[in-house]
Ligand binder design. Structure first.
Ligand SMILES: *[C@@H]1O[C@H](CO)[C@@H](O)[C@H](O)[C@H]1NC(C)=O
Ligand SMILES: *[C@@H]1O[C@H](CO)[C@@H](O)[C@H](O)[C@H]1NC(C)=O
Ligand SMILES: *[C@@H]1O[C@H](CO)[C@@H](O)[C@H](O)[C@H]1NC(C)=O
Length: 791
């Protein structure tokens, strides 16, 4: 199937990206190549009283293992990389496989979880920049609204001097705040202010895996040497800055979603990735420090929740009342690509905004091909046509690698003084431009491959360049090959049109935005929502050029980036605003407000399109829809969820008591939960059922949902059912009459379907919705039915 093939390709690209970054671990001699970092969960209460601290106890457990198992480690004073005691109890340490196994057998050890490495979720894995438009700036311009809220951004650190982080007119730091401003290389303890109220860094897991970091290429401190963290933090809570632009593009006012909210930066991502043991340490610190929201634009592995440090950390955070939003991932447009899918996390996909940067290609045959670009340098001579070649043509170089314009692959004789068409993939898009420029080319057309479809990402290129979709790329290649056969060489030029506003249709689901079904729990629809994640303007550090490539020495206070990384902090900022308006709301209530008020129509009034195909998108692409800040403020009803409900959900997902303990830190009694039903019965604001058709011709299930009135005291809600085609859906009762705020009422949803013809191993997804309305509020839940024909 196309979906799984696509998934494979992405995994492949992902590995290549890792391999082109310097692999420090292979040159590090003191590291036992067999050992690996493990995160170890212990029974907190089991500590014998002779140990004055948990850390000493952990060290002693480890020491006993080492002597008997692998010999002593006399050079090390402590093998502990991190200790955890807020969202998790235990420690991280480097262990041999045998040590890990032996540790697991100790009675006070609950779990030994192997560390994984994660990556940032911009569309190029490290070098992309974004452009943003928060959209709801009017909501809270002059008030102090949101100023008691703290957003913790777990990312690549921060560039504190940016105007987006100034603290003018902000009140004193919230009294509850217990965080710190940790000094380090290039980052003074005084770098924080009343806006950026905390900054920490976590690199022990990174260094345990990679050896010591190279301090001439990255800062051992909260300072951002990448740009991603500065960008995402300013999307969530940047102050108003005017004028703002990136290389003259997207001029205007820049502001984050919650301009008065405070920020705390937790740096966990380094040159070769973000390590689980560090991420968990950041969660632990952020919750202890007193953040209200955690924003995590890092992603990518789908494993059971009890093996997933992000899911575990997020559960602890949610249990402490902290809202966690995470990027869905950039593995789209294939299915089953969504990540960060735990039901206590708000999973955010990306959509476009109504602004783009058109940069057309004019071909010698008179055709105009639409493209997008953020190129701010000297252009080509207007009106003049330049020779155009395809880098992958015979004579261009060595075929495959030259078609992609990989480093050193282009023959200067072939490309000199020409515009070069390069295929997208493997190396970063801006790097291809650098390769073309180095070989003497004067411009670049970047063509999507078939897997990228028609989705375009505007980049801050270092030479005149534009990006075109897959079909248009084919057309240009065809023109080049025809022209060369007819002996009148192909020519082209660019037309850079700057910033275009009011683009229709928008939003459109971004091609790269990761899609459902949820690979871990198909009974929970993910992503939950989409938010702006294409061409987002936000703050950028001084030491990184806007294209992100090392040779780019341009400086820009703002940059334009795309990715679900950019979508996630929009929701983080919005969550802070919702919490400011409704301090008593749980993280699940905030998410419910965002989901049930989300919209699925674009600015033409039609169902949002999918950028990759130009066709209508579906719930598997956008979840509940695109977030609507104003409506989320006043949702009418909410679907609330407690930690007990999540434990029931884990029981119904057939997790063992021990697995549940790893996540929830308590011994669960699953007998009640099992009686109550199935995993889809979690009080989630969307409904998803998976029917296995094997040997049945009629299938049915039911959901019980409970809504809490957060609107007017006396309000009567009536249900409207929009059943998926061919599926019978009933709701009982059809009317909910509330008499007070805070009152909870339940209803039952029955879903029935006849089996349909499907080939073995295939499935089909149908969607509809259930809408409660009191005439004032519209509370919408998507209802998704997946029919599967087992093999
Ligand atoms: C650190 O990075 C710099 C700049 O890339 C390089 O010249 C140097 O050799 C690196 N040092 C080590 C120890 O790898
Ligand atoms: C888009 O929709 C058209 C018309 O319904 C359909 O023929 C085509 O297969 C769709 N394309 C994709 C990629 O789904
Ligand atoms: C859990 O196990 C039961 C009984 O085997 C099964 O019916 C159910 O589908 C399983 N649930 C999940 C989420 O795997």
């Amino acid at each position: 199937m196309a979906a799984s093939a696509f998934f494979f390709i992405h995994t492949f690209i992902f590995l290549l990206v890792i391999s082109i970054t310097p692999d420090v671990s292979s040159s590090s001699s003191s590291v036992n190549t067999e050992s690996k970092t493990f995160i170890v969960q212990v029974q907190h209460e089991a500590k014998p009283s002779i140990f004055v601290s948990h850390k000493l106890w952990y060290e002693s457990s480890l020491a006993s293992l080492s002597v008997t198992v692998t010999g002593s480690h006399p050079e090390e004073t402590s093998r502990i990389i991190h200790t955890y005691d807020t969202v998790f109890h235990g420690f991280a340490a480097k262990l041999s496989p045998l040590e890990a196994e032996n540790l697991q057998s100790l009675s006070h050890v609950i779990a030994v979880i192997p560390e994984q490495v994660r990556h940032l979720q911009t569309t190029r894995s490290r070098e992309f920049l974004g452009l943003k438009n928060s959209g709801n700036a009017g909501l809270l311009k002059e008030s102090d609204f949101g100023s008691d809220l703290v957003i913790g951004v777990i990312d690549t650190g921060i560039w504190p001097e940016r105007q987006s982080f100034n603290d003018r007119d902000l009140g004193s730091v919230p009294a509850k705040w217990k965080g710190q401003c940790v000094a380090g290389k290039g980052f003074a303890g005084s770098s924080c202010n009343r806006k950026l109220i905390g900054a920490r860094f976590f690199c022990n897991g990174y260094e345990a895996a990679n050896g010591k970091m190279n301090e001439s290429t990255e800062y051992r401190s909260p300072r951002d040497s990448d740009g991603h963290g500065t960008h995402t933090a300013s999307i969530a809570a940047g102050r108003y800055v005017f004028p703002a632009s990136a290389l003259g593009y997207a001029r205007g006012m820049a502001a984050g979603m919650a301009p008065k909210a405070r920020l705390a930066a937790y740096k966990v991502c380094w040159n070769s990735g973000c390590y689980d043991s560090d991420i968990l340490a950041a969660f632990d610190a952020a919750v202890a420090d007193g953040v209200d929201v955690v924003s995590l634009s890092v992603g990518g592995v789908v494993v059971p929740y009890y093996l997933d440090a992000i899911a575990i950390g997020a559960f602890g955070a949610s249990n402490s009342g902290v809202f966690v939003s995470a990027s869905a991932g950039n593995g789209g447009p294939g299915g089953l690509t969504v990540t960060n899918v735990a039901p206590w996390v708000t999973t955010v996909g990306a959509g476009t905004i109504d602004r783009d940067f058109p940069a057309d290609v004019k071909l010698g045959n008179g055709k105009t091909i639409p493209g997008v670009s953020i190129y701010g340098g000297p252009g080509l001579t207007p009106g003049r046509l330049y020779p155009l070649v395809y880098a992958g043509s015979e004579g261009g170089g060595d075929g495959y690698s030259s078609s992609l314009c990989l480093e050193g692959s282009l023959d200067p004789n072939f490309v000199k003084n020409k515009i070069v068409l390069c295929d997208r993939g493997i190396n970063s898009r801006a790097t291809k431009g650098e390769v073309v420029k180095k070989a003497g080319g004067i411009g670049m057309i970047l063509a999507n491959g078939v897997f990228d479809g028609e989705g375009l990402v505007a980049d801050c290129h270092i030479l005149p360049a534009t990006a075109v979709g897959a079909a248009n790329g084919d057309e240009i290649r065809k023109y080049i090959s025809m022209a060369s056969k007819s002996h009148s060489p192909a020519t082209a030029t660019f037309e850079f049109k700057g910033t275009r506003l009011g683009v229709k249709p928008a939003p459109v689901v971004a091609s790269f935005s990761a899609r459902g079904p949820n690979p871990e729990t198909p009974e929970i629809l993910k992503p939950d929502v989409i938010a702006p994640g294409v061409n987002i303007l936000a703050a950028w550090p001084d030491n990184v050029g806007p294209s992100g490539i090392p040779s780019d020495k341009r400086k820009t206070e703002f940059n334009i980036l795309s990715g679900t990384s950019m979508a996630c902090p929009h929701v983080s900022g919005l969550a802070a605003l919702l919490k400011a308006a409704h301090p008593e709301w749980s993280p699940a209530a905030i998410r419910s407000a965002l989901m049930t008020s989300a919209y699925i129509v674009d600015n033409r009034g039609e169902t949002m399109l999918d950028e990759s195909t130009g066709n209508t998108s579906s719930v598997l692409d956008f979840g509940s829809g695109h977030v609507h800040p104003e409506k989320a403020m006043n949702p009418g009803l909410i679907y609330d969820i407690t930690s007990y409900d999540y434990v029931d959900f884990l029981c119904n997902s057939n997790y063992t008591t021990k697995n549940i303990q790893v996540i929830a830190r308590k011994v669960a009694d699953c007998s009640g939960a099992k009686k109550a039903g199935h995993a889809g019965n979690l009080n989630y604001p969307s409904l998803s059922v998976v029917f296995q058709q094997y040997g049945k011709n009629k299938m049915s299930t039911h959901f019980i949902r409970t809504v809490t009135n957060v609107g007017d005291p006396n309000s009567v809600y009536q249900v409207t059912i929009r059943p998926p085609s061919g599926i019978a859906v009933t709701v009982e009762p059809e009317k909910l009459a509330f008499r007070r705020v805070g009152q909870k009422l339940s209803f039952l949803v029955r879903v029935q379907s006849m089996a349909i013809k499907l080939s073995p191993g295939s499935s089909t997804v149908k969607s509809g919705s259930i809408v409660w309305s009191d005439g004032k509020h519209t509370v919408t839940s998507p209802l998704v039915v997946t029919m599967q024909q087992p093999l």
